[in-house]
Design a protein around this ligand. Structure first.
Ligand code: ADP
Ligand code: MG
Length: 353
C-alpha cells in the first residue's frame, strides 16, 4: 500500500495515542516556555514584556472548504492568521494552543497533514505549540487556535491611536486572496457540474493568487523592519476583512476621518488579470475582499523619509479631521464615501456591468 493510501482510523488510537502521534515532533524553543504539552496546563515564564493574547475559531463549511483546501495549508493558515493578530499589535507571537473537534471521517494521516502545517508555521515564526484539546465532532472539523505573544509596553500599537495628518500605509499587495478564492470556487462549480467526469481543475498559472488564499503570511518581517528603522506606527490593524473595513476601524476608533486614494492601492498584476476575467474592478477586490493578512498602519509624517525606500510599504492615504468624513478618492478624482461593502455588493457590481 502506498503512503498516501494508508488510513489509520482514529478509534484505533484513542485520545492519548492520537495526541501523542500529532504532537510528538513539536519541541519548544522559546525561553519563556517552561512546560509545553504533557501536563494539565502549559507553564510560561514571567517576562518584563506585555502579553498579547488572541484566538480564532475555524469551522468547516464556514471558514474553509476541504474540497479545495489541502489540510497542510489549512494548518499553516490557521496558525498564521493568529500570528498576524499579534503582529498587528506590533508584537511577536510566542506560544500557540490548538483545540480540535474532529469526526471519524478523518484518519490519523489526514490530521498529521494538518499538524505538518502547524509545524511549518511554528518553525517559520519561532512559535511553540504548548497545548490543546481534542474532542470528537458529529460532523465537520473545528479548529480553534489561540496565541500568546509579547511586546515591550512602549512598543504595543493599538488601532485607536492614529493622529490627524498621519500617513496611511499598507504592506504588500491586496485583493489576491479574494481572487484566489473566486478562482477556487469557480473550479469547484465546474467540477460539480461535470459530476466528476474526467475534468481537471484549471489552476495552472495562478500560483500567486492561490498562494495568497491558501497560504498567507503574517508580516512579522515588516514589524521587525520598522523597528530597525526606528519607526513606530501610530496605529495598526491587519487586513482580514478588506481594506475598506480596516481603514474605517482605524479612523472610527481613533476619532478621525480618512482620505484613501484608489489609484495608490497596491495590486499585483495577476490579481488584476483574474479580476478582469471575472469582470470585477480590481480595487474592489482589495477594498472588500479580505484575507490578505497584510498590515494597515499609520505613521507620523516626519517618519516618511525613513520608510519611502521600502518596496513593501505603500502610502495610500492620510488621516483627516473627523468632520471631513471617510472618503475614497477614486481614479477619476471623485470623492465618495468609503464603505465596507463586503462580497455581496461586489457581486452585484460585477453583474451590473
Ligand atoms: P486534560 O485531560 O488535562 O485536558 P488532555 O488529555 O486533553 O489533558 O491533553 C494532554 C496534553 O496534550 C495537554 O498538555 C494538552 O494541552 C495537550 N493536547 C491535547 N490535545 C491537543 C491538541 N489537539 N494539540 C496539541 N496539544 C494537545
Ligand atoms: Mg483536555
Amino acid at each position: 500500500m502506498s503512503k498516501s493510501e494508508k488510513r489509520t482510523e482514529l478509534e484505533q488510537l484513542g485520545e492519548f495515542g492520537l495526541i501523542d502521534e500529532l504532537t510528538k515532533d513539536f519541541e519548544p524553543i522559546n525561553d519563556s516556555t517552561i512546560k509545553s504539552i504533557g501536563d494539565d496546563a502549559a507553564v510560561l515564564a514571567p517576562t518584563k514584556n506585555q502579553r498579547l493574547i488572541s484566538t480564532d475559531l475555524l469551522v468547516e463549511g464556514i471558514h474553509f472548504d476541504l474540497m479545495y483546501t489541502p489540510l497542510k495549508h489549512l494548518g499553516y493558515k490557521s496558525a498564521v492568521v493568529n500570528f498576524s493578530d499579534i503582529v498587528a499589535m506590533n508584537g511577536t507571537p510566542k506560544q500557540m494552543i490548538v483545540g480540535l473537534a474532529v469526526s471519524n471521517r478523518f484518519s490519523l494521516e489526514a490530521l498529521k497533514e494538518l499538524y505538518a502545517g502547524f509545524k511549518a508555521a511554528c518553525k517559520k515564526y519561532n512559535v511553540d505549540l504548548v497545548g490543546g484539546d481534542t474532542t470528537s465532532s458529529s460532523s465537520g472539523l473545528f479548529i480553534s487556535v489561540s496565541i500568546v505573544g509579547e511586546a515591550p509596553e512602549e512598543d504595543v500599537v493599538y488601532r485607536s491611536t492614529a493622529m490627524q495628518g498621519d500617513l496611511l500605509c499598507v504592506t504588500g499587495d491586496l485583493g489576491g486572496a479574494y481572487m484566489g478564492l473566486m478562482l477556487l470556487e469557480r473550479e469547484k462549480k465546474v467540477f460539480r457540474e461535470s459530476k466528476g467526469a474526467n475534468i481537471q481543475p484549471d489552476l495552472s498559472g495562478f500560483d500567486y493568487i492561490l498562494g495568497r488564499q491558501l497560504r498567507p503570511e503574517a508580516r512579522l518581517d515588516i514589524v521587525q523592519a520598522l523597528k530597525k528603522l526606528d519607526v513606530k506606527p501610530t496605529s495598526m490593524i491587519d487586513i482580514s476583512d478588506g481594506l475598506a473595513s480596516e481603514a474605517l476601524h482605524i479612523a472610527r476608533d481613533s476619532g478621525l476621518g480618512v482620505n484613501l486614494y484608489e489609484e495608490k492601492i497596491p495590486i499585483d498584476y495577476s490579481t488584476h488579470n483574474m479580476a478582469e476575467q471575472f469582470k470585477l474592478v480590481p480595487s474592489l477586490a482589495a477594498l472588500n475582499g479580505g484575507e490578505d493578512y497584510e498590515l494597515l498602519f499609520t505613521i507620523d509624517q516626519k517618519d516618511y523619509d525613513k520608510i519611502k525606500g521600502m518596496r513593501e510599504i505603500t502610502v495610500i492615504g492620510h488621516m483627516v479631521d473627523k468632520s471631513f468624513g471617510e472618503n475614497l478618492i477614486t481614479n477619476d478624482n471623485c470623492s465618495i464615501p468609503l464603505k465596507a461593502q463586503g462580497w455581496d455588493h461586489m457581486k452585484q457590481d460585477s453583474e451590473k456591468k
